[in-house]
Write a protein that binds this ligand. Structure first.
Ligand code: NI
Length: 168
């Protein structure tokens, strides 16, 4: 397994729209394993392939406290959603920042596993929020898109400054 490099906002590659997965082979399984390892190491509760510069419709997540319940969602689709929920969200691509985002409270999702088998999840609360957040990544969307442009600009400038400091 290998740790993957996570792209940081405002990297334009995070704006790429991911394409459907049609081949469920060893390479895909390797990417899934590497993404899980990268997510646990970060540590984070979710990671979309977009964030590791791989633009296919794949996300991994684990919202369990003991970090022993990995979930892999390929070609996820929200079949229905209900309710509203406001939660503070963070993102491995926007390190150090947390903002309140409003999303559906419950989502019914259909996806494929790494072998291509279809399954469905009825998620609520944190799991529902996590799925919606990660699915946004596959559309090239970030949680900072939901906050004011003033706040987003401030975060962008700080992260750009940080990146420059890392390089020098
Ligand atoms: Ni994220």
């Amino acid at each position: 397994m290998a740790l993957l490099n996570i792209l940081h906002f405002p990297d334009p590659r995070l704006r790429t729209k991911a394409v459907e997965v049609s081949v469920f082979d060893e390479n895909l399984q390797t990417l899934v394993n590497d993404m899980l390892e990268t997510m646990y190491e970060a540590p984070g509760i979710g990671l979309a392939a977009t964030q590791v510069d791989n633009h296919i419709r794949l996300l991994v997540m684990d919202i369990s406290e003991d970090k022993n319940d990995p979930k892999v969602l390929i070609n996820p689709q929200i079949l229905s959603s209900e309710g509203d929920e406001e939660m503070d969200e963070g993102c491995l691509s926007v390190p150090g920042y947390y903002e309140t985002v409003s999303r559906a409270e419950k989502v019914h999702v259909r996806a494929q596993d790494s072998k291509g088998k279809f399954f469905e999840i009825h998620a609520d609360d944190l799991e529902a929020v996590c799925i919606q957040h990660e699915m946004d990544h596959l559309e090239g969307k970030l949680f900072v898109d939901y906050i004011s442009s003033l706040k987003r600009d401030r975060i962008r400038k700080k992260l750009e400054k940080l990146k420059k400091q890392e390089k020098s």
